[in-house]
Design a protein around this ligand. Structure first.
Ligand code: GTP
Ligand code: MG
Length: 359
């Protein structure tokens, strides 16, 4: 799963990219004039994994991850810049919104920037829909195919939505319709996190930023979240460790780095949840799309386990922690469940798959 960083030039995308992925790509106040593309892997912090790791003392601890792509900023109205495969292939968008003052760029206008980006995404999709409808009409005139007529009906409906400025992420689609339009990779259909990049002096406003900046309506929209961070401060936080970091955070009135929350928000935005596997070799979080069934979940661990799937031993995180990781105790209490291939795995469950490798 992949999240694409999007936003106006110099909003702090690359600074945030570095924080999310632990990279050290150069950031600049002034443009180098080069089109950039960075890709990296973000690790999702999870206190449950920390705890399981303390209990099982494994050789290796592995956190859930997702991919991040960072592109050059897109100027207002430069819609063509949105139409790149990096954005189209992204499963969700992370919109970095400048909320800090800058000498060259002037006072920030986060609300306007959020509305403008949404409009750009909608207009980009509208262009795609209109182009496709023209073609469909021509080909239906020549030869009437049922599939074309059906597609025309769906797109005509979406066109109306887009014209009334509704992003496609807010439009409910039947599973059939959703499948039919998947190939278009519509931009306004992707879930979006607007991340306010706050002035370092305004970090204390973080928790009230939505009200302060008048973003209540935007925050209510379907599959839309509004988060905040001060990228410059977070970069300083990331340079520190242990007690020094804790003291610095406490000074700022934070209990943990704000980037941790952004990482969790991105993960949820991508529709991902984690199940865990534990053992003396490894404690590991496995990302799965919400609603994944046990057999498919087994496949994320190994395709052989999916193929030879028999049953999943499923344990709740709280139950397992309460008995300090003793599966024997859980079984004795009747708290361990055996589930079949169609069981929907839930966030935080500890799974052990029974399987049979065919020779
Ligand atoms: N004061 C302040 N400056 C910031 C903040 N975040 C980023 N900057 C600065 O803004 C400049 C641009 O940051 P980048 O992360 O390169 O921005 P970008 O969005 O990737 O820029 P482009 O890729 O050129 O569009 C750098 O000089 C950063 O140090 C912030 O929270 N506060
Ligand atoms: Mg950049």
């Amino acid at each position: 799963m992949k999240i694409g960083l999007i936003g106006l030039p110099k909003s702090g995308k690359t600074t945030l990219f570095n924080l999310l992925t632990g990279s050290k790509v150069a950031t600049a106040r002034y443009d180098s004039g080069r089109a950039e593309l960075h890709t990296g892997v973000a690790r999702v912090p999870d206190p449950r994994v920390d705890r399981l790791s303390v209990i099982f003392k494994p050789k290796k601890t592995t956190y859930a991850t997702f991919e991040v792509v960072d592109l050059a900023g897109i100027e207002r109205g430069e819609r063509a810049g949105l139409d790149t495969k990096e954005f189209r292939n992204a499963d969700a968008l992370l919109h970095v919104v400048r909320a800090f003052a800058d000498e060259a760029l002037g006072a920030p206008a986060p609300r306007r920037d959020i509305e403008d980006l949404d409009t750009e995404l909608i207009l980009a999709d509208l262009e795609v829909v209109e182009r496709r409808l023209e073609r469909l009409e021509a080909s239906i005139k020549k030869q009437r195919k049922e599939a074309d007529v059906k597609e025309q009906a769906i797109l005509a409906r979406l066109k109306k939505d887009l014209e009334s400025e509704t992003p496609l992420r807010a439009v409910s689609l039947t599973p059939d319709d959703a499948r039919a339009i998947r190939g278009f990779t519509f931009l306004s259909q992707k879930p979006i996190l607007h991340c306010l990049n706050l002035d370092e002096k305004a970090i204390g406003d973080g928790p009230h930023a939505i009200q302060k900046l008048g973003l209540e309506a935007a925050a209510q929209r379907a599959r839309t979240r509004i988060g905040w961070v001060s990228a410059v401060i977070e970069a300083e936080v990331a340079e520190l460790a242990g007690d020094e970091q804790r003291a610095f955070l406490a000074d700022l009135g934070l209990t943990e780095p704000a980037i941790h929350r952004v990482l969790s928000e991105c993960y949820a935005l991508l529709g991902l949840v984690s199940f865990f596997t534990v053992g003396e070799d490894e404690v590991r979080a496995w990302p799965i799309p919400e609603g994944t069934r046990a057999q498919a979940a087994a496949g994320t661990v190994h395709s052989d386990i999916e193929r030879g799937f028999i049953r999943a031993e499923v344990n709740s995180y709280d139950d397992l922690v309460a008995v300090e990781g003793s599966f024997a105790d859980l079984r004795a209490r009747g708290q361990q469940r055996l589930e079949g291939k169609d069981y929907v795995v839930r966030d935080g469950e500890i799974c052990h798959f029974r399987f049979n490798v065919a020779k």
